[in-house]
Design a protein around this ligand. Structure first.
Ligand SMILES: [Zn+2]
Length: 252
Protein backbone atom coordinates (compact mmCIF):
# COMPACT_ATOMS: atom_id res chain seq x y z
CA UNK A 1 0.00 0.00 0.00
CA UNK A 2 1.44 3.36 -0.97
CA UNK A 3 1.44 6.46 1.23
CA UNK A 4 -1.67 8.52 1.82
CA UNK A 5 -1.64 12.26 2.42
CA UNK A 6 -4.08 14.53 4.16
CA UNK A 7 -3.97 18.33 4.08
CA UNK A 8 -4.77 20.44 7.13
CA UNK A 9 -5.23 24.20 7.05
CA UNK A 10 -4.95 25.93 10.42
CA UNK A 11 -6.08 29.33 11.72
CA UNK A 12 -9.09 29.76 9.46
CA UNK A 13 -11.34 32.59 10.62
CA UNK A 14 -13.16 35.54 9.02
CA UNK A 15 -10.22 37.92 9.56
CA UNK A 16 -7.55 35.73 7.98
CA UNK A 17 -5.59 36.92 4.93
CA UNK A 18 -8.14 36.22 2.23
CA UNK A 19 -5.87 36.54 -0.78
CA UNK A 20 -3.32 34.17 0.73
CA UNK A 21 -6.06 31.68 1.56
CA UNK A 22 -7.45 31.81 -1.96
CA UNK A 23 -4.15 30.53 -3.36
CA UNK A 24 -4.81 27.30 -1.46
CA UNK A 25 -8.54 27.23 -2.06
CA UNK A 26 -7.85 27.22 -5.81
CA UNK A 27 -5.70 24.10 -5.34
CA UNK A 28 -8.39 22.43 -3.20
CA UNK A 29 -10.95 22.99 -5.97
CA UNK A 30 -8.63 22.12 -8.86
CA UNK A 31 -7.43 18.83 -7.34
CA UNK A 32 -10.75 18.02 -5.59
CA UNK A 33 -9.04 17.76 -2.21
CA UNK A 34 -10.82 16.95 1.05
CA UNK A 35 -8.68 18.67 3.66
CA UNK A 36 -9.15 19.34 7.34
CA UNK A 37 -10.26 22.97 7.72
CA UNK A 38 -9.25 23.95 11.25
CA UNK A 39 -11.54 26.88 12.09
CA UNK A 40 -11.20 29.17 15.11
CA UNK A 41 -14.81 29.58 16.37
CA UNK A 42 -14.38 32.92 18.18
CA UNK A 43 -10.99 34.33 17.31
CA UNK A 44 -9.46 36.80 19.79
CA UNK A 45 -5.87 36.30 18.75
CA UNK A 46 -4.60 39.59 17.24
CA UNK A 47 -2.11 37.64 15.13
CA UNK A 48 -5.02 36.19 13.16
CA UNK A 49 -6.65 39.56 12.49
CA UNK A 50 -5.13 40.46 9.14
CA UNK A 51 -8.04 42.26 7.54
CA UNK A 52 -11.68 43.21 8.09
CA UNK A 53 -13.93 40.21 8.72
CA UNK A 54 -15.02 38.54 5.48
CA UNK A 55 -18.83 38.31 5.41
CA UNK A 56 -18.54 35.39 2.97
CA UNK A 57 -16.22 33.34 5.19
CA UNK A 58 -18.79 30.98 6.71
CA UNK A 59 -20.47 30.29 3.38
CA UNK A 60 -17.05 29.49 1.96
CA UNK A 61 -16.45 26.96 4.76
CA UNK A 62 -19.92 25.42 4.29
CA UNK A 63 -19.28 25.01 0.57
CA UNK A 64 -15.92 23.30 1.10
CA UNK A 65 -17.43 21.02 3.75
CA UNK A 66 -20.19 20.05 1.33
CA UNK A 67 -17.47 19.08 -1.15
CA UNK A 68 -15.81 16.69 1.30
CA UNK A 69 -13.64 18.76 3.64
CA UNK A 70 -13.75 17.97 7.37
CA UNK A 71 -14.23 20.87 9.76
CA UNK A 72 -11.75 20.95 12.63
CA UNK A 73 -12.37 22.64 15.98
CA UNK A 74 -9.27 24.83 16.34
CA UNK A 75 -9.64 25.82 19.98
CA UNK A 76 -12.13 28.51 20.97
CA UNK A 77 -10.42 31.93 20.90
CA UNK A 78 -6.87 30.90 19.88
CA UNK A 79 -5.50 33.02 22.74
CA UNK A 80 -2.60 31.05 24.10
CA UNK A 81 -2.23 32.07 27.74
CA UNK A 82 -2.02 28.70 29.55
CA UNK A 83 1.30 27.28 30.70
CA UNK A 84 0.49 23.59 31.18
CA UNK A 85 2.60 20.87 29.62
CA UNK A 86 1.01 19.46 26.48
CA UNK A 87 0.96 15.84 25.35
CA UNK A 88 2.67 17.21 22.21
CA UNK A 89 5.14 19.61 23.84
CA UNK A 90 6.10 21.93 20.97
CA UNK A 91 5.15 25.27 22.57
CA UNK A 92 5.40 26.78 26.05
CA UNK A 93 2.06 28.60 25.98
CA UNK A 94 -1.11 27.13 24.54
CA UNK A 95 -4.84 27.71 24.83
CA UNK A 96 -5.83 24.44 26.53
CA UNK A 97 -2.99 22.52 28.20
CA UNK A 98 -3.10 22.89 31.97
CA UNK A 99 -6.53 24.53 32.09
CA UNK A 100 -9.13 23.08 34.54
CA UNK A 101 -11.18 20.23 33.10
CA UNK A 102 -14.55 21.95 33.51
CA UNK A 103 -13.28 25.09 31.77
CA UNK A 104 -11.86 23.06 28.91
CA UNK A 105 -15.16 21.31 28.55
CA UNK A 106 -17.06 24.62 28.48
CA UNK A 107 -14.68 26.02 25.86
CA UNK A 108 -15.05 22.94 23.68
CA UNK A 109 -18.83 23.03 23.99
CA UNK A 110 -18.92 26.76 23.19
CA UNK A 111 -16.65 26.28 20.16
CA UNK A 112 -18.75 23.44 18.79
CA UNK A 113 -21.95 25.44 19.30
CA UNK A 114 -20.55 28.47 17.45
CA UNK A 115 -19.45 26.40 14.46
CA UNK A 116 -22.72 24.48 14.41
CA UNK A 117 -24.54 27.80 14.56
CA UNK A 118 -22.86 28.67 11.24
CA UNK A 119 -24.09 25.42 9.73
CA UNK A 120 -20.82 23.50 10.02
CA UNK A 121 -20.27 20.05 11.49
CA UNK A 122 -16.99 20.14 13.44
CA UNK A 123 -15.72 16.57 13.84
CA UNK A 124 -12.02 16.67 14.59
CA UNK A 125 -10.03 18.42 17.29
CA UNK A 126 -7.08 20.53 16.13
CA UNK A 127 -5.41 22.05 19.19
CA UNK A 128 -3.93 25.55 18.80
CA UNK A 129 -0.14 25.08 19.03
CA UNK A 130 -0.62 21.34 19.67
CA UNK A 131 -1.61 22.25 23.22
CA UNK A 132 -3.81 19.74 25.03
CA UNK A 133 -3.56 17.33 27.93
CA UNK A 134 -5.37 14.22 29.18
CA UNK A 135 -8.18 16.42 30.53
CA UNK A 136 -8.73 17.78 27.01
CA UNK A 137 -9.15 14.22 25.76
CA UNK A 138 -11.75 13.52 28.44
CA UNK A 139 -13.58 16.78 27.73
CA UNK A 140 -13.61 16.07 23.98
CA UNK A 141 -15.05 12.60 24.54
CA UNK A 142 -17.73 13.98 26.83
CA UNK A 143 -18.67 16.56 24.18
CA UNK A 144 -18.89 13.89 21.51
CA UNK A 145 -15.69 14.63 19.56
CA UNK A 146 -14.02 11.33 18.65
CA UNK A 147 -11.23 12.40 16.33
CA UNK A 148 -8.02 14.30 16.92
CA UNK A 149 -5.48 15.57 14.42
CA UNK A 150 -2.09 15.29 16.12
CA UNK A 151 0.69 12.95 17.14
CA UNK A 152 3.80 11.64 15.44
CA UNK A 153 2.84 8.12 14.37
CA UNK A 154 2.81 6.70 10.85
CA UNK A 155 -0.83 5.66 10.85
CA UNK A 156 -4.04 6.53 12.70
CA UNK A 157 -4.26 4.94 16.14
CA UNK A 158 -6.60 4.75 19.12
CA UNK A 159 -5.51 6.24 22.44
CA UNK A 160 -7.33 7.85 25.38
CA UNK A 161 -10.66 6.88 23.86
CA UNK A 162 -10.11 8.93 20.68
CA UNK A 163 -8.94 8.13 17.18
CA UNK A 164 -5.75 10.05 16.43
CA UNK A 165 -5.01 10.96 12.84
CA UNK A 166 -1.32 11.84 13.16
CA UNK A 167 0.04 15.16 11.88
CA UNK A 168 3.73 14.96 11.10
CA UNK A 169 4.59 17.28 8.22
CA UNK A 170 4.61 21.03 7.55
CA UNK A 171 5.18 20.70 3.82
CA UNK A 172 4.92 17.97 1.18
CA UNK A 173 7.45 15.13 1.42
CA UNK A 174 7.34 11.90 -0.60
CA UNK A 175 6.73 8.90 1.69
CA UNK A 176 6.71 5.18 0.90
CA UNK A 177 3.76 4.23 3.11
CA UNK A 178 1.69 5.42 6.07
CA UNK A 179 -0.80 8.27 6.49
CA UNK A 180 0.78 11.74 6.52
CA UNK A 181 -0.97 14.96 7.47
CA UNK A 182 0.62 18.09 6.05
CA UNK A 183 -0.24 21.15 8.15
CA UNK A 184 -0.27 24.52 6.38
CA UNK A 185 -0.86 28.05 7.61
CA UNK A 186 -2.26 30.09 4.74
CA UNK A 187 -1.66 33.39 6.58
CA UNK A 188 2.09 32.92 6.60
CA UNK A 189 2.73 30.57 3.65
CA UNK A 190 5.05 31.99 1.00
CA UNK A 191 4.60 31.82 -2.77
CA UNK A 192 7.28 29.16 -2.72
CA UNK A 193 5.21 27.05 -0.26
CA UNK A 194 2.20 27.28 -2.56
CA UNK A 195 4.28 26.32 -5.60
CA UNK A 196 5.82 23.36 -3.77
CA UNK A 197 2.37 22.06 -2.85
CA UNK A 198 1.09 22.57 -6.39
CA UNK A 199 4.05 20.70 -7.89
CA UNK A 200 3.56 17.88 -5.38
CA UNK A 201 -0.16 17.68 -6.17
CA UNK A 202 0.51 17.49 -9.90
CA UNK A 203 2.09 14.08 -9.37
CA UNK A 204 0.47 12.89 -6.09
CA UNK A 205 -3.11 14.25 -6.05
CA UNK A 206 -4.49 10.71 -6.30
CA UNK A 207 -2.85 9.81 -3.00
CA UNK A 208 -4.66 12.56 -1.02
CA UNK A 209 -7.52 11.39 1.16
CA UNK A 210 -10.18 12.76 3.51
CA UNK A 211 -10.19 12.19 7.27
CA UNK A 212 -12.74 9.40 6.87
CA UNK A 213 -10.69 7.71 4.17
CA UNK A 214 -7.59 7.97 6.36
CA UNK A 215 -9.45 6.33 9.25
CA UNK A 216 -10.90 3.65 6.98
CA UNK A 217 -7.39 2.73 5.84
CA UNK A 218 -6.89 1.27 9.33
CA UNK A 219 -6.63 2.33 12.97
CA UNK A 220 -4.07 0.69 15.22
CA UNK A 221 -5.08 -0.17 18.77
CA UNK A 222 -2.39 2.10 20.20
CA UNK A 223 0.88 3.65 19.14
CA UNK A 224 3.26 0.82 18.27
CA UNK A 225 6.79 0.67 19.59
CA UNK A 226 8.05 1.94 16.24
CA UNK A 227 5.66 4.89 16.53
CA UNK A 228 6.84 5.71 20.05
CA UNK A 229 10.40 5.80 18.77
CA UNK A 230 9.31 7.89 15.77
CA UNK A 231 7.46 10.28 18.13
CA UNK A 232 10.58 10.73 20.27
CA UNK A 233 12.73 11.17 17.20
CA UNK A 234 10.51 13.92 15.73
CA UNK A 235 10.42 15.82 19.02
CA UNK A 236 14.18 15.49 19.40
CA UNK A 237 14.72 16.72 15.86
CA UNK A 238 12.45 19.74 16.36
CA UNK A 239 14.20 20.48 19.65
CA UNK A 240 17.61 20.23 17.98
CA UNK A 241 16.68 22.54 15.11
CA UNK A 242 15.40 25.17 17.61
CA UNK A 243 18.57 24.85 19.63
CA UNK A 244 20.62 25.31 16.48
CA UNK A 245 18.59 28.40 15.54
CA UNK A 246 18.97 29.87 19.00
CA UNK A 247 22.71 29.50 18.93
CA UNK A 248 23.01 30.65 15.33
CA UNK A 249 24.30 27.34 14.00
CA UNK A 250 21.78 27.28 11.21
CA UNK A 251 21.55 29.70 8.30
CA UNK A 252 17.85 30.40 8.73
ZN1 LIG B 1 -3.49 27.93 15.20
Amino acid sequence: LSARYLLRFDDLCPTMDRERWERFERLIVRFRLKPILAVVPDNRDPELVLEAADPGFWERMRRLEAEGATIGLHGLTHLCEAHGRSLIPLHRRTEFAGVAKQTQREWIRAGLAILEGYGLKPRIWVAPRHGFDVLTLEALREEGVELISDGFARRPFRMGGLVWVPQQLWGPVVKANGVWTICLHANSASEEDVRRLETFLESHAEEFVSVDEAVRSGVQSGPKMADRIFHGWVLARIGLSRWRKRFGLKKK
